[in-house]
Design a protein around this ligand. Structure first.
Ligand code: ADP
Ligand code: MG
Length: 254
Protein backbone atom coordinates (compact mmCIF):
# COMPACT_ATOMS: atom_id res chain seq x y z
CA UNK A 1 0.00 0.00 0.00
CA UNK A 2 1.64 3.21 -1.13
CA UNK A 3 1.00 6.02 1.28
CA UNK A 4 2.55 9.05 2.92
CA UNK A 5 3.55 6.82 5.82
CA UNK A 6 7.24 6.09 5.61
CA UNK A 7 6.93 3.24 8.09
CA UNK A 8 4.07 0.96 9.02
CA UNK A 9 4.62 -1.75 11.57
CA UNK A 10 1.63 -4.04 11.58
CA UNK A 11 0.68 -6.40 14.38
CA UNK A 12 4.22 -7.28 15.28
CA UNK A 13 4.86 -9.90 17.93
CA UNK A 14 8.37 -10.88 18.94
CA UNK A 15 9.38 -13.71 21.25
CA UNK A 16 12.66 -14.61 22.87
CA UNK A 17 11.99 -18.28 23.50
CA UNK A 18 8.82 -18.33 25.61
CA UNK A 19 9.09 -14.71 26.58
CA UNK A 20 6.90 -12.33 24.60
CA UNK A 21 8.88 -9.08 24.25
CA UNK A 22 6.46 -7.46 21.79
CA UNK A 23 2.80 -8.27 21.58
CA UNK A 24 0.72 -7.30 18.56
CA UNK A 25 2.31 -3.87 18.16
CA UNK A 26 1.04 -1.60 15.39
CA UNK A 27 2.85 1.69 14.84
CA UNK A 28 2.72 4.16 11.95
CA UNK A 29 5.31 6.82 11.24
CA UNK A 30 4.29 9.48 8.74
CA UNK A 31 6.97 11.19 6.68
CA UNK A 32 8.36 14.39 8.14
CA UNK A 33 6.78 13.99 11.55
CA UNK A 34 9.08 13.68 14.52
CA UNK A 35 7.77 10.55 16.22
CA UNK A 36 9.00 9.03 19.46
CA UNK A 37 8.63 5.66 21.09
CA UNK A 38 8.80 5.84 24.85
CA UNK A 39 8.41 3.36 27.66
CA UNK A 40 10.11 2.36 30.91
CA UNK A 41 13.23 0.20 30.83
CA UNK A 42 12.38 -3.30 29.63
CA UNK A 43 9.27 -2.14 27.74
CA UNK A 44 10.55 -3.58 24.45
CA UNK A 45 11.83 -0.44 22.71
CA UNK A 46 15.19 -1.85 21.65
CA UNK A 47 13.56 -5.11 20.58
CA UNK A 48 11.16 -3.09 18.46
CA UNK A 49 14.07 -1.27 16.78
CA UNK A 50 15.94 -4.50 16.23
CA UNK A 51 12.89 -5.92 14.51
CA UNK A 52 12.25 -2.83 12.38
CA UNK A 53 15.90 -2.45 11.37
CA UNK A 54 16.16 -6.10 10.35
CA UNK A 55 18.35 -7.48 13.12
CA UNK A 56 15.55 -9.86 14.14
CA UNK A 57 12.73 -11.20 12.04
CA UNK A 58 9.46 -10.70 13.95
CA UNK A 59 7.69 -13.84 15.15
CA UNK A 60 4.51 -12.41 13.63
CA UNK A 61 3.42 -9.31 11.78
CA UNK A 62 4.94 -7.17 9.07
CA UNK A 63 7.14 -4.14 8.46
CA UNK A 64 6.20 -1.86 5.58
CA UNK A 65 8.77 0.73 4.52
CA UNK A 66 7.71 3.24 1.86
CA UNK A 67 4.89 0.95 0.85
CA UNK A 68 7.17 -2.09 0.43
CA UNK A 69 6.86 -5.13 2.65
CA UNK A 70 10.40 -5.46 3.99
CA UNK A 71 9.75 -8.02 6.73
CA UNK A 72 12.84 -10.20 7.12
CA UNK A 73 15.15 -7.92 5.10
CA UNK A 74 18.70 -7.61 6.43
CA UNK A 75 19.89 -4.39 8.11
CA UNK A 76 22.28 -3.91 5.20
CA UNK A 77 19.56 -4.18 2.58
CA UNK A 78 17.29 -1.85 4.58
CA UNK A 79 20.03 0.70 4.92
CA UNK A 80 20.60 0.65 1.14
CA UNK A 81 16.86 1.29 0.77
CA UNK A 82 17.12 4.32 3.06
CA UNK A 83 16.18 2.94 6.48
CA UNK A 84 19.07 3.43 8.90
CA UNK A 85 19.57 3.15 12.58
CA UNK A 86 22.29 4.52 14.75
CA UNK A 87 24.72 1.79 15.67
CA UNK A 88 25.87 3.32 18.92
CA UNK A 89 29.40 4.40 19.50
CA UNK A 90 30.88 1.02 18.53
CA UNK A 91 30.56 2.04 14.88
CA UNK A 92 33.03 4.88 15.27
CA UNK A 93 36.71 4.59 14.39
CA UNK A 94 38.06 6.25 17.51
CA UNK A 95 41.60 6.63 16.21
CA UNK A 96 40.52 8.46 13.07
CA UNK A 97 39.61 12.12 12.91
CA UNK A 98 36.01 13.27 13.08
CA UNK A 99 35.87 14.11 9.39
CA UNK A 100 37.43 10.81 8.34
CA UNK A 101 34.69 9.01 10.23
CA UNK A 102 32.15 10.79 8.05
CA UNK A 103 34.12 10.58 4.79
CA UNK A 104 34.19 6.77 4.96
CA UNK A 105 30.40 6.26 4.90
CA UNK A 106 30.04 8.92 2.20
CA UNK A 107 32.63 7.07 0.09
CA UNK A 108 30.77 3.81 0.68
CA UNK A 109 27.43 5.44 -0.12
CA UNK A 110 28.87 6.75 -3.39
CA UNK A 111 30.00 3.27 -4.27
CA UNK A 112 33.68 3.97 -3.78
CA UNK A 113 35.09 0.97 -1.96
CA UNK A 114 36.87 1.00 1.31
CA UNK A 115 40.11 -0.33 -0.14
CA UNK A 116 41.62 2.84 -1.47
CA UNK A 117 41.01 4.77 1.69
CA UNK A 118 44.48 6.31 1.65
CA UNK A 119 43.54 7.91 -1.66
CA UNK A 120 40.11 9.10 -0.50
CA UNK A 121 41.68 10.80 2.46
CA UNK A 122 42.84 13.50 0.06
CA UNK A 123 39.58 13.63 -1.90
CA UNK A 124 38.28 17.23 -1.84
CA UNK A 125 34.77 16.25 -2.83
CA UNK A 126 34.49 13.76 0.03
CA UNK A 127 35.94 16.30 2.40
CA UNK A 128 33.42 18.95 1.38
CA UNK A 129 30.48 16.57 1.57
CA UNK A 130 31.60 15.43 5.01
CA UNK A 131 31.91 19.02 6.19
CA UNK A 132 28.30 19.64 5.13
CA UNK A 133 27.18 16.72 7.27
CA UNK A 134 29.33 17.86 10.21
CA UNK A 135 27.81 21.31 10.05
CA UNK A 136 24.34 19.74 10.34
CA UNK A 137 25.29 18.35 13.73
CA UNK A 138 27.45 21.30 14.80
CA UNK A 139 30.80 19.52 14.72
CA UNK A 140 32.52 21.49 11.95
CA UNK A 141 34.90 23.17 14.40
CA UNK A 142 36.30 19.86 15.64
CA UNK A 143 36.53 18.16 12.23
CA UNK A 144 40.30 17.59 12.48
CA UNK A 145 40.28 16.21 16.02
CA UNK A 146 40.93 12.54 16.72
CA UNK A 147 37.49 11.19 17.66
CA UNK A 148 38.74 9.51 20.83
CA UNK A 149 39.54 12.93 22.30
CA UNK A 150 35.98 14.26 22.04
CA UNK A 151 33.51 14.41 24.90
CA UNK A 152 30.99 11.59 25.15
CA UNK A 153 28.22 13.90 23.93
CA UNK A 154 30.22 14.93 20.88
CA UNK A 155 31.07 11.32 20.05
CA UNK A 156 27.34 10.59 20.02
CA UNK A 157 27.00 13.45 17.54
CA UNK A 158 29.66 11.82 15.35
CA UNK A 159 27.48 8.72 15.43
CA UNK A 160 24.53 10.76 14.14
CA UNK A 161 26.75 12.30 11.46
CA UNK A 162 27.82 8.81 10.31
CA UNK A 163 24.16 7.85 9.93
CA UNK A 164 23.31 11.06 8.06
CA UNK A 165 26.28 10.54 5.71
CA UNK A 166 24.33 7.70 4.04
CA UNK A 167 21.49 10.15 3.19
CA UNK A 168 18.79 8.00 4.77
CA UNK A 169 15.06 8.64 4.42
CA UNK A 170 14.24 7.28 7.86
CA UNK A 171 16.54 7.20 10.85
CA UNK A 172 15.86 5.15 13.96
CA UNK A 173 17.63 6.46 17.03
CA UNK A 174 17.57 4.18 20.04
CA UNK A 175 17.94 6.31 23.17
CA UNK A 176 20.22 8.88 21.59
CA UNK A 177 20.58 10.61 24.98
CA UNK A 178 21.55 7.52 26.99
CA UNK A 179 24.39 8.24 29.39
CA UNK A 180 24.40 11.96 28.67
CA UNK A 181 24.55 14.84 31.09
CA UNK A 182 21.41 17.04 31.23
CA UNK A 183 23.19 19.66 29.07
CA UNK A 184 24.23 17.07 26.47
CA UNK A 185 20.70 15.64 26.51
CA UNK A 186 19.19 19.05 25.88
CA UNK A 187 21.61 19.65 23.01
CA UNK A 188 20.94 16.26 21.42
CA UNK A 189 17.18 16.54 21.63
CA UNK A 190 17.16 19.98 20.06
CA UNK A 191 19.54 18.80 17.37
CA UNK A 192 17.14 15.98 16.46
CA UNK A 193 14.27 18.46 16.35
CA UNK A 194 16.32 20.76 14.17
CA UNK A 195 17.41 18.00 11.79
CA UNK A 196 13.81 16.83 11.50
CA UNK A 197 12.75 20.28 10.32
CA UNK A 198 15.73 21.26 8.17
CA UNK A 199 16.45 17.98 6.36
CA UNK A 200 14.22 15.63 4.38
CA UNK A 201 15.03 12.79 6.72
CA UNK A 202 12.32 11.45 9.02
CA UNK A 203 13.40 10.64 12.56
CA UNK A 204 11.90 8.09 14.91
CA UNK A 205 13.56 7.89 18.29
CA UNK A 206 13.18 6.05 21.57
CA UNK A 207 13.69 7.53 24.95
CA UNK A 208 13.09 6.21 28.42
CA UNK A 209 12.79 9.64 30.05
CA UNK A 210 9.38 10.97 29.05
CA UNK A 211 10.17 14.53 30.02
CA UNK A 212 12.92 14.67 27.42
CA UNK A 213 10.45 13.76 24.69
CA UNK A 214 7.59 16.11 25.46
CA UNK A 215 9.42 19.20 24.29
CA UNK A 216 10.31 17.87 20.84
CA UNK A 217 8.21 14.94 19.63
CA UNK A 218 5.12 15.68 17.59
CA UNK A 219 3.58 12.28 18.14
CA UNK A 220 4.35 9.69 20.79
CA UNK A 221 3.81 5.95 21.12
CA UNK A 222 4.08 4.41 24.57
CA UNK A 223 5.20 0.81 25.03
CA UNK A 224 4.73 -1.00 28.31
CA UNK A 225 5.63 -4.63 28.90
CA UNK A 226 5.72 -5.27 25.17
CA UNK A 227 2.31 -3.80 24.44
CA UNK A 228 1.25 -0.46 23.05
CA UNK A 229 -0.21 1.37 26.01
CA UNK A 230 -1.06 4.72 24.46
CA UNK A 231 -0.42 6.97 21.48
CA UNK A 232 -1.04 10.63 20.80
CA UNK A 233 0.24 14.15 20.92
CA UNK A 234 2.61 15.04 23.77
CA UNK A 235 -0.07 16.87 25.72
CA UNK A 236 -2.40 13.86 25.58
CA UNK A 237 0.35 11.46 26.62
CA UNK A 238 1.43 13.71 29.46
CA UNK A 239 -2.12 13.76 30.83
CA UNK A 240 -2.80 10.05 30.35
CA UNK A 241 -3.19 8.34 33.74
CA UNK A 242 -2.24 4.93 32.23
CA UNK A 243 1.10 6.34 31.12
CA UNK A 244 1.81 7.93 34.48
CA UNK A 245 1.03 4.70 36.24
CA UNK A 246 3.29 2.67 33.92
CA UNK A 247 6.19 4.96 34.73
CA UNK A 248 5.53 5.28 38.43
CA UNK A 249 4.91 1.55 38.72
CA UNK A 250 8.57 0.96 37.87
CA UNK A 251 11.49 2.65 39.51
CA UNK A 252 11.15 6.40 39.51
CA UNK A 253 14.42 7.08 37.77
CA UNK A 254 13.71 4.95 34.69
N1 ADP B 1 18.20 -11.13 23.31
C1 ADP B 1 17.29 -11.27 24.29
N2 ADP B 1 16.96 -12.47 24.78
C2 ADP B 1 16.03 -12.62 25.75
N3 ADP B 1 15.35 -11.59 26.31
C3 ADP B 1 15.64 -10.36 25.86
C4 ADP B 1 16.62 -10.12 24.84
N4 ADP B 1 16.67 -8.79 24.60
C5 ADP B 1 15.78 -8.22 25.44
N5 ADP B 1 15.16 -9.16 26.20
C6 ADP B 1 14.09 -8.90 27.19
O1 ADP B 1 13.00 -8.30 26.50
C7 ADP B 1 12.43 -7.26 27.28
C8 ADP B 1 12.48 -5.95 26.49
O2 ADP B 1 13.84 -5.56 26.39
P1 ADP B 1 14.27 -4.31 25.52
O3 ADP B 1 13.70 -4.44 24.16
O4 ADP B 1 15.74 -4.16 25.63
O5 ADP B 1 13.53 -3.11 26.30
P2 ADP B 1 13.85 -1.54 26.37
O6 ADP B 1 14.74 -1.20 25.23
O7 ADP B 1 12.52 -0.87 26.31
O8 ADP B 1 14.50 -1.28 27.69
C9 ADP B 1 13.20 -7.22 28.59
O9 ADP B 1 12.48 -7.97 29.55
C10 ADP B 1 14.51 -7.88 28.24
O10 ADP B 1 15.06 -8.53 29.36
MG1 MG C 1 16.55 -0.19 25.10
Amino acid sequence: MASENILEVRNVTHRYGDFIALKDVTITVPEERLTALIGPNGAGKTTFYNVVSGKYRPSRGSIIFNGVNVTGYSPHKLSLMGLSRSFQITNIFHELTVIENVMIPIALHEGKGFYFWTKYRKDRHLFNEAMKVLSLVGLEDVYARVTRELSYGDRRLVEIAIVLAGKPQLVLLDEPTAGMTPEETEKMVHLIKNLATTTETTFFFTEHDMNVVFSVAEYIYVLHQGELLAQGKPEDIRADPKVREAYLGGSLDT
